[in-house]
Design a protein around this ligand. Structure first.
Ligand code: KIV
Length: 269
């Protein structure tokens, strides 16, 4: 399975968990990055609701709408050939009723060409996950730090430090698995707890800010490519400085045009 010619599936991910091969996921929000990430060998592209902070200019993920999320998911799908594309359901698109959850989740598959959806919450989302899976929608869970609950929690913090919280998180992970999710994101969880959850689950765990022992890792693409401005989350590793490269390139363009040094290529005919 080193380099598949077809698209990855949930069965490939299950085999990777069973054989100990690590799963690599990154967020993507447009066709250009999706094409590059696909060519780099990413297994999964998450069209995260982090689009709120990273590309839509909101303060957090709460305002992201279905229309925004579907449009960007469809763009990522158009750029990705082999990577699975996962649509990240926005706040209030799956919490109000089972009917709305099914209709909204289904739109990712029918309208945006996604291979599955992700939603936040553990035991409280058991019924929703079960219903979506029952109608044929692959679901990725997400437990630990839940960005859609940032207002309720009063900010972002590590979850599962106390014994009670750690036990609750393990219960959440087991509930998500029991409901039929094909994988679960562990965000902002102490590494030892993430390792324990990973050992207890038969579905893959995909960590962010959860240490190295998960079955896979997910990072926010703007963080790891130096496109996030001055703030870099502690859990992110920066692999390229694209922000600086873009700034340098655009400054040179401005200089050349304003100083009359810009020599365009010949016009197309
Ligand atoms: O929206 C997102 O980018 C996410 C990841 C942090 C897992 O949910």
């Amino acid at each position: 399975m080193e380099s598949l010619e077809r698209r990855y599936t949930v069965r490939d991910l299950a085999k990777m968990k069973a054989s100990g091969r690590r799963i690599v996921m990154v967020t993507a929000y447009d066709a250009i990055m999706a094409r590059l990430a696909d060519a780099a060998g990413l297994h999964l592209l998450l069209v995260g609701d982090s689009m709120g902070n990273t590309v839509l200019g909101y303060e957090n993920t709460i305002p992201v709408t279905m229309a925004e999320s579907l449009a960007l998911t469809a763009a990522v799908r158009r750029g990705a050939r082999r990577a699975m594309v996962i649509g990240d359901m926005p706040f209030l698109s799956y919490q109000v009723s089972l009917e709305e959850a099914v209709m909204n989740a289904g739109r990712y598959l029918k309208e945006a060409g996604a291979d599955g959806v992700k939603l936040e919450g553990g035991r409280v989302m058991h019924g929703v996950i079960r219903r979506l899976v029952d109608v044929g929608i692959p679901v990725m869970g997400h437990i630990g730090l839940l960005p859609q609950s940032v207002l309720k929690d009063g900010g972002y913090r590590i979850h599962g430090k106390s014994q009670a919280e750690a036990a609750a998180l393990l219960d959440d992970a087991l509930a998500v698995q029991e409901a039929g999710a094909f994988a679960v994101v562990l965000e902002g969880v102490p590494p030892a707890l993430a390792a324990e959850i990973t050992a207890r689950l038969t579905i893959p765990t995909i960590g962010i800010g959860a240490g190295p022992h998960c079955d896979g890792q997910v990072q926010v693409i703007t963080d790891i490519l130096g496109l996030g401005g001055d703030f870099v989350p502690k859990h992110a590793k920066v692999y390229a400085q694209l922000g600086q490269a873009v700034l340098d390139g655009l400054k040179q363009y401005v200089r050349e045009v304003t100083e009359g040094d810009f020599k365009p290529g010949p016009p197309e005919n």
